[in-house]
Design a protein around this ligand. Sequence first.
Ligand code: GRF
Length: 203
Amino acid sequence: KSLVVLVSGNGSNLQAILDQIELGKINGKVSAVIANKESAYGLTRAKNANIPAIFIDHKGFDSRQEYDQKLMQTINQYQPDLIVLAGFMRILTPVFVEHYLGRMLNIHPSLLPKYKGLDTHQRAIDAKDKEHGASVHFVTPELDGGPVVLQSKVPIFAEQETDELAQRVQEQERKMYPLVINWFCTNRLKMVNNKAVLDDKEL
Ligand code: GRF
């Protein structure tokens, strides 16, 4: 299968995906990496792996619709089977999301439906939660609200530092995202009627 990965930052999830492809653990290839930030280190990771690394600046577009139109045109040149959001920090328009419905995954650093949006680690600490984690979900027009495929939990220890918690969550992310992507690439994972389905069983 052909994957297009969208990033805005470091790209540690992208790196985990590239590493697992290299090891033969994902039945697919990354055809392109696209960023909305020129400084995104994920672009460097793509170049290092000889993968097209494309920066699309929001400057020069009058609206979100126009930006997403350009993004869609660029993505479609690579004829991807799956769009992977890996730390892509830009809200996508409903038209864009509908176009890739059932073919776009995101990873979010919380145990959804808890803590949609930003600052999830701090919010979990402030709420004195005992556990935190990450979720992989299909992307639907509701922000961070699409059907969850897999979650990974980590304990929150007393006096937990936010950075340290974030690191432990991200360690889990790098394990779980390649696994879920391979489920999709081997036709085991689908979205049916707004539900995630693995091996014909609703999740
Ligand atoms: C991850 O924590 C992911 O859950 C969130 O953004 C972060 C991206 O990290 N959506 P990286 O760019 O993959 O290193």
